[in-house]
Design a binder for this molecule. Sequence first.
Ligand SMILES: Cc1cc2nc3c(=O)[nH]c(=O)nc-3n(C[C@H](O)[C@H](O)[C@H](O)COP(=O)(O)OP(=O)(O)OC[C@H]3O[C@@H](n4cnc5c(N)ncnc54)[C@H](O)[C@@H]3O)c2cc1C
Length: 479
Amino acid sequence: MAQASHGDGASKRAGDCFERRTTSATRVKRSETTDLSGPWDVLVLGGGNAGLCAAIAARQNGASVLVLECAPRDFRGGNSRHTRNLRTVHERADGILTGPYLEDEFWDDLWRVTGGKTNEALARLTIRSSADFSEWMPRHGVRFQPPLGGTLHLGRTNAFFLGGGKALVNAYYRAAEALGAKVAYGAEVMDLDIHDGVFSAAVVSFRGAIQRVQARVVVAASGGFEANIPWLKESWGEAAENFIVRGTPYNQGRVLRALLNRGAKQVGDARQCHAVAVDGRAPKFDGGIVTRVDCVPFGIVVNQNGERFYDEGEDFWPKRYAIWGRLVAQQPGQIGHVIIDSKPLGRFMPTVFPPVVAGSIRELAVALRLDPQAVEATVKSHWAVTIDRPPFHGYSLRPGITFTYLGVGVDDRARILMADGGPSANLFAAGEIMAGNILGQGYLAGLGMTIGTVFGRIAGREAAMLAARRSIAARKVAS
Ligand SMILES: Cc1cc2nc3c(=O)[nH]c(=O)nc-3n(C[C@H](O)[C@H](O)[C@H](O)COP(=O)(O)OP(=O)(O)OC[C@H]3O[C@@H](n4cnc5c(N)ncnc54)[C@H](O)[C@@H]3O)c2cc1C
């Protein structure tokens, strides 16, 4: 893979957004630290779900911890602040989940969506380790809400956070800081000093200066590269210009790139990602969950030639919603248009933007800037669901990228593997940056947060234990 350009030319639009947010939120809040000078036992790169779980676990195992978060405080929490739920293995219904979900069923679901492209040992570790979430997460301030109905039908398998991901992230920041972890906002890791698989310092842009922050051990939890349009273009071509980034603009993949450049093992395919169809009017970044359009199975989706390109009712929507981003991405101009009639109104998640409404298919096609004859012919040939009761509704769709799967290889202790397959000396990873070990393709709703919670905790614990050993060894050498 060509390496030089990755991450260097971070998306201009992402960059603009980054600039704006950084300058508009430079005031120092109570809990921030401005003193990055180490050496720290454990340096956590990224303050989303995975990084915060790592910070909490590392502090609980006695390490001094600094979290470097490149967003300003108001935008902390990466993609995790957009989430709603996570998937857990559990034996019985409780007030939060409506029935049992055992390891074998969880594993079967994961195996099916990935088409077997998953590391079974790590996947099963993830599944089993999710068994204590209902106890561990509330202990650190997360609250769950009663099961939700709605389009994705996840009440049995997924626990929903009261207040959503934003409340979860706030709770974990509070917990980590109460335990003594330090957090620096607006601290962007630009590169890593790694020689022969040994980490010594992170090169950090902070308050207008570049600093080298030293630590005994590092945990990389800085997400994927989904907000880096130039990097996406390397595998998607110009089509990536038309992608909407559903989450944070800060996940530019700089840490991932540094790790791969310094010899970490790459897992996953650069084109594999989670991507849904979002309203074409969604903002370029950070639109979150409300921009998703869920009426696809009730109608038809046509491209700009007015032609259908996939079976909208192929399967139950919860198993298919995550393929529509990629399907739209493969269409001319990366645009699709979903058309429904009035019958399914009220049967899907309400949309944040109003639909285009018309009294006839012809008028709707014109309003959507499509060839009316082509669209009329397509609607007539669609026999599965009749689209015949006016008024007709339409939404233009864009590919909405959620997160990328290309990442670094890890073992069951969350140690980053080097290209030769052996573990690195003092590098750990958790969350999106290593999710590709488990998600070779496809997606199972709620798994992103499950992977981050499991591997964040493992990475934090292992990193703290290693830091303690390295500290003792260093003292012996010194004496
Ligand atoms: C709209 C939306 C809805 C979602 N809903 C769900 C859901 O309900 N359930 C689920 O399981 N998953 C969901 N996901 C996926 C989920 O958000 C991710 O899998 C998960 O949050 C990843 O956690 P993370 O800690 O690895 O990354 P993030 O939460 O993205 O955290 C990474 C952090 O690293 C920081 N960072 C990045 N680069 C640098 C750098 N160079 N230096 C310093 N800091 C850096 C970022 O600012 C960010 O805070 C959703 C995603 C989106 C976008």
